[in-house]
Design a protein around this ligand. Structure first.
Ligand SMILES: *Cc1c(COP(=O)(O)O)cnc(C)c1O
Length: 389
């Protein structure tokens, strides 16, 4: 074992035209926040997902923040989001001065549960003069920020029909799930605004970066304006609003263009890895490998197992056991209603399913670079753990 190298959870896979496109940026001097690669990356990604407009940003977090702003979220509003998520979307809700409403997850695919969303809207909200109001706080409910977790889509139709019924805007945090499909369609099609991330651990990377997509030209223009310090006059430097420096650089976009060319292969490889986990771990008593819903095509950005009958400690023991075998694994995120950063400023909950998944689920190595030999090492180690007396 000692000679084995570390098997990481997920690492950048730079196997295409990255060098060529980066060199082009350096050779031409176009390295900063405008350039042909930015335009091309926006256009190519919009083509890939079927969106009309794309606005490249400095990060996925910046994309989410801008999406909330252009969707009209105001200080004092409430924005609905799952408790089980990486913290970024919740942080962006707080940046706007709004307060998050946490909805619990469903256990099968670990996504926000439309039944819980429906229950919240139905029992805790009422129609107000300027839209939906949360009865206990009398705050306006402004939007739903859904998060497609781990490469798997949420139940979009259910969520969108609830949004329509209650007059709410939907923003998709698709940062973990670029390339996933909902009922055959790429993510980002059914909402007002969808956001993507190209951080180093995502399925494609620009080092760091993000994208907002929308069918609405005026929202795209507004997002671009806010991302560019809300500059109204390029010569006189007149600004009518408080803007941000949230643009993507040409260097980042050059990487993005090269990465996007490889995305279909990356998805295929991650799906093949997930299929082996399904096949070779499914028989273990008490262990469940998270699959995909009949209506979903997951990218399996991160393959997930759930130690169904295990207490928190046993799941952590498995994580440490894998670590001893130089295999990286990771629990899902602490549900955000428990996070010290947000626990005193939110609405909603309890979220028992999210808490249970936090205690029992682990992500396994899922890199598109993962070799069959290393994949076998992971599978063997997990099996060995469950064979212990
Ligand atoms: C990665 C991620 C983000 C943020 O993306 P960055 O590009 O790292 O800012 C937002 N939401 C979720 C769910 C993520 O996993």
């Amino acid at each position: 074992m000692a000679h084995d190298s570390l098997i990481p959870l997920s690492v950048p896979h730079l196997g295409g035209n990255e060098w060529t496109y980066l060199k082009d940026c350096l050779d031409t001097g176009w390295v900063s926040s405008v350039g042909s690669y930015v335009d091309k990356f926006e256009k190519d990604l919009a083509e890939f997902t079927g969106a009309r407009h794309g606005v490249a940003t400095a990060s996925g977090t910046a994309a989410l923040h801008l999406a909330l702003l252009v969707a009209g979220v105001k200080p004092g509003d409430l924005v609905i989001t799952p408790s089980l998520t990486f913290i970024a979307p919740v942080n962006t809700i707080r940046y706007t001065g709004a307060t998050p409403v946490f909805i619990d997850s469903e256990a099968a695919y670990t996504q926000m549960d439309p039944a819980q969303l429906s229950a919240f809207l139905d029992s805790e909200c009422e129609a107000g003069p300027d839209g939906l109001r949360h009865k206990p706080t009398q705050r306006r409910v402004a939007a739903i920020m859904t998060v497609h977790l781990l490469g798997h889509p949420v139940a979009m139709e259910e969520i969108c029909s609830l949004a329509q019924k209650y007059g709410l805007v939907v923003i998709e945090d698709a940062t973990e799930s670029l390339g996933a499909r909902y009922k055959g369609a790429p993510l980002g099609q059914q909402s007002l605004l969808a956001c993507f991330s190209f951080n180093g651990n995502k399925i494609i990377t620009t080092g760091g970066g993000g994208m907002i997509q929308t069918h609405d030209a005026s929202l795209a223009a507004k997002a671009r304006y806010l991302a560019t310090q809300a500059k109204d006059d390029p010569l006189e430097y007149i600004h009518h609003e408080v803007g941000f420096n949230y643009r993507m650089t040409n260097v980042q976009a050059a990487l993005g263009c090269a990465q996007l060319e490889q995305l279909p292969q990356f998805i295929e490889r991650r799906r093949a890895i997930a299929a082996r986990y399904q096949q070779e771990l499914q028989g273990i008593a008490g262990l469940r490998v998270v699959g995909e819903a009949p209506w979903a095509k997951s990218t399996y950005w991160l393959s997930t197992i759930v130690c169904e009958d295990s207490p928190f400690t046993e799941t952590r023991q498995l994580m440490h056991f894998l670590q001893e075998h130089k295999i990286q694994s990771r629990p899902l995120w602490q549900p955000v209603h428990l996070s010290p950063a947000h626990k005193d400023n939110h609405v909603g909950g309890p979220c028992p399913v999210a808490e249970r998944l936090y205690a029992t689920a682990l992500n396994l190595p899922s890199s598109s670079m993962l070799s069959e030999t290393d994949l076998t090492r992971v599978i063997t180690a997990v099996r060995e753990f469950f064979k212990r007396p």
